[in-house]
Design a protein around this ligand. Structure first.
Ligand code: NDP
Length: 452
């Protein structure tokens, strides 16, 4: 049977684009890709990239304040959101072009259209045209989820935040995960008055407890008004803003309410279930270790599979899929160990098990330190950083590393190499420190603070 293409990819985000480029450019497959919105997906268009640029923007007031403590006659004026937004839009357009260029350079045919599945080898584009392919890869990502509360239409999500006309003076951020905590810090740094409502006992559930506590304390010190054990019951449009009626009995008016209460896989309306592709309870496409669905010609990678919802993981999954199907090398992605960072202020970098999760598994030693780093201590700031290693008593391997510090994302990337290689505490100790740095503490912690 002959097909129009060897591979048809639905979705031009991190996972889909990598799979298409490797399949076509490296392995010589005939590939097409359909994207209904802007090329680059969540990460490039309304996620990691614009978020990180906003993090940078939000850090300048603190830097200028510190500069004064170092003797500079420095002052910062107001922040002009319209100037930043115009530059941000231009940067995203540049990146989108680069993504398109990468695809066309690899020989991939791009359809600027939604595509849905018709059968196990056929997709239909928005104009009704059908295209056949030997393999179909679904890489449609995820979308923000807002719970069914009264007045939910008044809320914005991370999709809209980069498109705001003006910065709101008073913002409520709902949720306690990555996105909520990052935006609470960003908006606070940009000069908004930020409240964060989180339904649980402590933000950043799932991360190391000590590290979460450290981040939350620092966020509060920096001015974010965090209310744990608090959720919104309803939102109402009132004169002068949006009133949030909360479970703690408060009724407060804000200029904007940002919901960051998780994301759901974009698997609806694609025709998947009718073809026999299994979907999980959250709507995620169920795949095996090789990203293959229950229908042998249909594969899925990235957030739509709800495994580890991070860009570098989606890229790995897309690459491994292309190598497996078109490169003759059966490759799978190990999801058990990955480094990641939460770009709160201060940042948190983490790899491996939290102290709590490690203790459930085996006897451990915990090495931890918290101190005022040189740069900000000199400026008179109270900021403290935290470094923590979780060590297996039996194998001596580092089971987890948690860093809360400026630049923690950069640090954990490098620690990640050692931990992924299976480094032991003694190998960390044998590493000569780089002085004076914050990260030298990672190789100079002599005695455990806790064992057991
Ligand atoms: P998360 O799953 O991290 O957090 C969702 C938050 O919303 C949790 O605090 C959760 O509470 C809360 N929540 C969920 N449902 C409700 C509800 N019905 N009512 C009130 N609160 C609710 O999702 P995010 O949207 O923050 O991020 C999505 C994913 O994107 C992350 O998991 C991550 O993989 C990725 N991401 C990664 C980043 C990075 O690497 N730096 C940055 C941003 C996103 P509870 O804890 O009680 O369940």
């Amino acid at each position: 049977m002959s097909f129009d293409y060897d591979l048809f990819v639905i979705g031009g985000g991190s996972g889909g684009v990598r799979a298409a480029r490797i399949a076509a450019g490296t392995h010589g497959a005939k590939v097409a890709l359909a994207e209904e919105f802007r090329m680059g997906g969540t990460c490039v268009i309304r996620g990691c990239v614009p978020k990180k640029l906003m993090v940078f923007a939000s850090e300048y007031p603190g830097m200028v304040e510190d500069a004064r403590s170092y003797g500079w006659d420095a002052q910062i004026g107001g922040f002009d959101w319209s100037v930043f937004r115009a530059k941000l839009d231009a940067e995203l357009t540049r990146l989108e072009k680069a993504y398109r260029g990468g695809l066309s350079g690899a020989g991939v045919t791009v359809f600027d259209s939604r595509a849905v599945l018709v059968d196990a080898h056929t997709v239909q584009l928005a104009d009704g045209k059908t295209v056949s392919a030997k393999h179909i890869l679904v890489a449609t990502g995820g979308a923000p989820f807002v719970p069914e509360i009264e007045g939910r239409a008044l809320a914005i999500t991370s999709n809209e935040i980069f498109q705001m006309d003006a910065l709101p003076a008073r913002v409520l951020v709902v949720g306690g995960g990555y996105i909520a905590s990052e935006f609470a810090c960003i908006l606070n740094g940009l000069g908004c008055k930020v409240s964060q409502y989180y339904r649980g006992a402590q933000i950043l559930r799932g991360f190391d407890d000590e590290a979460r506590g450290h981040v939350a304390d620092a966020m509060r010190e920096n001015g974010v008004d965090i209310h744990c054990g608090t959720d919104v019951m309803r939102l109402e449009q009132v004169d002068g803003g949006i009133k949030a009626v909360a479970t703690n009995g408060s009724e407060t008016v804000f200029d904007a309410v940002l919901y960051a209460t998780g994301r759901k896989p974009n698997s609806g309306g694609l025709g998947l279930e009718a073809l026999g592709v299994e979907l999980g309870r959250a709507g995620q496409i169920v795949v095996d270790d090789y990203s293959q669905t229950a229908v042998p010609s249909i594969f899925a990678v990235g957030d739509v599979t709800d495994r580890i919802n991070l860009t570098p993981v989606a890229i790995r999954e897309g690459h491994a899929f292309a190598d497996t199907i078109f490169g003759g090398q059966r490759r799978r992605v190990d999801h058990s160990l990955f480094a990641s960072a939460v770009f709160t202020q201060p940042e948190m970098g983490t790899i491996g098990l939290s102290e709590e999760a490690a203790r459930e598994r085996e006897p451990i030693e915990v090495y931890a330190t918290a101190f005022r780093p040189m740069q900000t201590a000199f400026a008179g700031r109270p900021d403290r950083v935290m470094m923590k290693l979780i060590v297996s008593q039996a194998s001596r391997k580092i089971l987890g590393c948690h860093i809360v510090a400026p630049g923690a994302g950069e640090m954990i990337q490098l620690v990640g190499i050692a931990v992924t290689m299976g480094a032991t505490k003694e190998q960390f100790d044998a590493t000569i420190a780089v002085h004076p740095t914050m990260a030298e503490e990672l190789v100079t912690m002599r005695s455990p603070v806790r064992t057991g």
